[in-house]
Design a protein around this ligand. Structure first.
Ligand SMILES: NC(=O)c1ccc[n+]([C@@H]2O[C@H](COP(=O)([O-])OP(=O)(O)OC[C@H]3O[C@@H](n4cnc5c(N)ncnc54)[C@H](OP(=O)(O)O)[C@@H]3O)[C@@H](O)[C@H]2O)c1
Length: 332
């Protein structure tokens, strides 16, 4: 099989330090060693992919490189149980798409310990509509609930609500019975957020407090923050007594400037969320929830589809904060 070639996005670094994305052919021999050779049917676009595809060395150190931190497909060759040829699997995170060639190519080769079996009742395409973003949203809700959050505690804020993680957090929280307040920079997308189950849509500016006060009125029982920076600081100081804030993203900023007052006067908890390295037990628990009680009825409300050839335009839009929901990459 090593002579076989396949189509992939390849990101090249030019001599003058620019990064160019092209769709070209690679050989199976270019893939690293690994237990599973997987024919990728679908991938999806995550913020980390947009960074990798544009040369962010904090994500990808070596180029040329094929991004894609998510992949769903069929096992072609397996050197490790319990997987055998023909199994449908999902791979998200670990090093996939970072310094290991990722899901923006028709084949990947990965350790078996990175793969989960496609959950029952879910298609490969649906699996990628969730992907890393869905896993992250589910981890956020789950960790908040394990810290005591319940629907009767009050409103839950979701920031960056039209984004991949944000929109799936809105959908999952609504499914789990919470009253969701979606904060967005795209008020024109109110209907999209209401369709996903948001009860209220507010502007990004209204959750970005610049007063300098250490505490604001307690509004939220919980918050899923996908943007970081002052919006995360605002979410923390606007959370009610005993509330929980899940921190999972940095599109606005990786900085966090806060005081300790929300923590010591209101007992607020700040929860860190990591989907890339989380344990296999946790992954299986989350995929089980995503494919059952937290499954969004019409996932096509959130997910649109594109080809490898269309991906560069989507990456550009994502970095400008212009995308809505999830982009599933069809490699079929
Ligand atoms: N912790 C983890 O394991 C994990 C996993 C996946 C993703 N992430 C992180 O989560 C974040 C979101 O990822 P994603 O894939 O959902 O990205 P995405 O689809 O691009 O969504 C980001 C959303 O944030 C909002 N936004 C964009 N620029 C902003 C700015 N300058 N200030 C405030 N809001 C802004 C926009 O939503 P609105 O227009 O609706 O405001 C945008 O749609 C990224 O930082 C990513 O690295 C972390």
């Amino acid at each position: 099989m090593s002579a076989q070639t396949f189509k992939a996005m390849i990101v090249h670094e030019t001599a003058d330090g620019r990064f160019i994305q092209e769709i070209a052919r690679k050989s199976l021999g270019d893939l690293p060693h690994g237990d599973l050779l997987i024919s990728v049917k679908y991938s999806s676009l995550n913020y980390k992919d947009a960074l990798s595809a544009t040369g962010h060395k904090g994500v990808t150190k070596r180029y040329p490189h094929t991004p894609g931190i998510d992949a769903a497909g069929v096992v072609i060759e397996s050197a490790s149980r319990p997987f055998t040829a023909g199994d449908e699997v999902i791979v998200t995170g670990f090093d996939l798409g970072m310094n290991t060639p990722g899901g923006f190519g028709e084949y990947i080769r990965v350790p078996a310990s990175w793969a989960v079996r496609l959950p029952q009742g879910m298609t490969l395409r649906e699996g990628m509509a969730y992907g890393t973003a869905g896993l992250t949203a589910a981890l956020s809700v789950s960790k908040m609930e394990k810290s005591g959050l319940k629907p009767d505690r009050g409103d839950i804020l979701v920031t960056g609500a039209t984004g991949g993680v944000g929109s799936l957090a809105v959908g999952i929280l609504a499914k789990a019975g919470y009253r969701v307040v979606a904060a967005t920079g795209k008020l024109s997308e109110k209907e999209f957020l209401f369709k996903l189950g948001a009860n209220e849509v507010v502007s990004r500016d209204s959750v970005n407090d610049t007063s300098g006060k250490p505490l604001s009125k307690g509004l939220w029982a919980g918050a899923v923050d996908t943007v970081g920076g002052n919006i995360l600081a605002t979410a923390i100081k606007s959370t009610k007594y005993g509330g929980v804030v899940a921190c999972c993203g940095l599109v606005a900023s990786s900085e966090l400037s806060t005081t300790i007052f929300p923590f010591i006067l209101r007992g607020v908890s700040l929860l860190g969320i990591d989907s890339a390295e989380c344990s296999m037990d946790t992954r299986l628990e989350m995929w089980n929830k995503i494919s059952h009680e937290w499954k969004i009825e019409d996932i096509d409300v959130v997910a649109s589809e594109c080809s490898l050839e269309d991906l560069s335009g989507k990456i550009e839009a994502m970095l400008l904060g212009k995308l809505k929901g999830r982009v599933v990459v069809n490699l079929n």
